[in-house]
Design a protein around this ligand. Structure first.
Ligand code: NAD
Length: 255
């Protein structure tokens, strides 16, 4: 493998690593050599994943983290610091979905989606960057956005708005932090079966959607491995402020 893809000596934090894509991303980064900190609210789930990764020879640690809570984010970074770890890769993966018509969406629903998907990424990115700048170290922040940040679908207004905001935030932070050697990019997955969407994808509406994807299939978590490693590692060292879609061509489906 090209040595630029190696993550030996790197320290990564994956938010929302207790399930779904986050658990997979953690495994991919650990396989590439990074010490991976698994961050989420369900510490018991993280510890199970930590044991799995360690059993494979990976370097994995666990930290309690609620990305919607600034004090929790700061505490997580302090905990890592006490263990001698300042993450130079942050994968802002924690996210929640919501499939309701706009007219039945409550203020609490809006807050939960936007606070997790957008404010949560902001809190973790700024906390990481502050510490990297102070330590004069480079870094890479990978925000897990969505193709729903680029095009809309019905019944996902707060989610789509939060992901569009996350992609724009990515560009704004990339502009400010390039001078510090901190790259910020977004990875925009298409539809991949996880807890966030499993019921919908298995429904008739889901199957109709599948047929509109140019590659005629939903994605698998491993379809994201290449883009994730590219953005996280030095292989993507001249990339910042980009948003890469991995979606089987869904964004270019015919109108
Ligand atoms: P998932 O529901 O399986 O996982 C989401 C993870 O985020 C869970 O581990 C959950 O515990 C964690 N989380 C939620 N709120 C949190 C909080 N406040 N603090 C810390 N962790 C929190 O869903 P997934 O499909 O694995 O989604 C992962 C990311 O990928 C999300 O940002 C999602 O929007 C994005 N995404 C997913 C798809 C897809 O098709 N699955 C497509 C595009 C984007």
């Amino acid at each position: 493998m090209n040595e630029l893809f190696s993550l030996d000596g790197r320290i990564a934090l994956v938010t929302g690593a207790s399930a779904g894509l986050g658990a997979h991303f953690a495994e991919v980064l650990a396989d590439a050599g990074a010490q991976v900190w698994l961050g989420a609210r369900r510490v018991d789930k993280l510890q199970a994943l930590q044991s799995e990764l360690r059993a494979k020879g990976g370097k994995a640690e666990t930290v309690a983290l609620d990305v919607t809570d600034a004090a929790s984010v700061q505490h997580a970074f302090d905990t890592m610091r006490e263990a001698g770890a300042v993450p130079d890769i942050v994968v802002n993966n924690a996210g929640v979905g919501l499939g309701t018509p706009a007219l039945s969406t409550s203020e609490q629903d809006w807050d939960q989606v936007v606070d997790t998907n957008l404010k949560g990424a902001w809190l973790a990115a700024t906390e990481a960057a502050r510490r990297l700048v102070a330590a004069e170290r480079k870094g890479s922040i990978v925000n897990i956005a969505s193709i729903l940040g680029e095009r809309v679908g019905a019944f996902v207004a707060p989610y789509a708005a939060s992901k569009a905001g996350l992609t724009h935030l990515t560009k704004a932070l990339a502009l400010e932090w390039a001078r510090h050697g901190i790259r910020v990019n977004a990875l925009c997955p298409g539809y991949i079966a996880t807890d966030i969407n499993r019921d919908f994808l298995a429904s008739e509406d889901g199957d109709r959607m599948r047929k509109r994807i140019p590659q005629r299939r939903f994605g698998e978590a491993r379809d994201l491995d290449g883009p994730l490693l590219l953005l996280a590692s030095d292989a993507g060292r001249y990339m910042t402020g980009t948003a890469i879609a991995a979606d089987g061509g869904h964004l270019v489906s015919g109108l």
